[in-house]
Design a protein around this ligand. Structure first.
Ligand code: ADP
Ligand code: S3P
Ligand code: MG
Length: 184
């Protein structure tokens, strides 16, 4: 069926950043604004395997989860008309990173450790990597280690103290600027 070609800055966008910055939530809203499909990588893996993320970590281990994540990225980058929200660790893998960066604009969302703690622990047990005695300390250490890698994304947006709509507006503006620069 012929597609109605509406003006868009991109037809494949991925979102990266630490746990709790808002990738899943913002990705869904961004996909609506761009009239694109939406897939959240964690939910995709849960659907494919029939196992929840915490259960995958608990029963199969993080390494098995990373393998599933990589396989899912390999499948999903072949799609188009898609906003893809990654998990917080997906972009750390060099092959995932290379594939995603060459597929389309990658947007990194950012937030302070305090904001991350509040958002990422709203649903207890949902994030296995934060099931420790001092999650704030864990967030600080992990964020410091991962930040240089998230910085490799094309577009960066802060989500601290900002409404979902504001974040989406800024992403849209930066996606258009990115598309125009690349077209030159
Ligand atoms: N800009 C925002 N302001 C307030 N709450 C937010 C914002 N973005 C996301 N949230 C909420 O924070 C929690 C974590 O967001 P989520 O999208 O699951 O993060 P991620 O996928 O990056 O781990 C959710 O309850 C979500 O609704
Ligand atoms: O940062 C990580 O390594 C992880 C982030 C999670 O996704 P969110 O960033 O959406 O919470 C999920 O993929 C898993 O718990 C591991
Ligand atoms: Mg998520």
């Amino acid at each position: 069926m012929p597609r109605l070609e509406v003006p868009r800055p991109a037809t494949f966008v991925s979102l990266t950043g630490f746990m709790g910055v808002g990738k899943s939530r913002i990705g869904r809203e961004l996909s609506r604004a761009l009239m694109l499909h939406f897939i959240d990588l964690d939910r995709y893996i849960e659907r494919q395997t029939g196992i929840s993320i915490p259960d995958i970590f608990r029963h199969l281990g993080e390494e098995a989860f990373r393998r599933m994540e990589k396989e899912a990225v390999g499948e999903l980058i072949r799609k188009d008309y898609l906003v893809l929200s990654l998990g917080g660790g997906t972009f750390l893998d060099p092959e995932n990173r290379k594939a995603l960066l060459s597929r389309g604009p990658v947007v990194a969302l950012w937030a302070s450790p305090e904001t991350i703690l509040e958002r990422a622990t709203r649903k207890p047990g949902e994030r296995p990597l934060l099931q420790v005695e001092n999650p704030l300390e864990r967030i600080r250490t992990l964020l410091q280690a991962r930040a240089p890698i998230y910085r490799e994304a094309h577009i960066h947006v802060s989500t601290d103290g900002r409404k979902v709509e504001e974040v989406v507006e800024e992403i849209l503006a930066k996606l258009w600027a990115y598309a125009k620069n690349r077209g030159r």
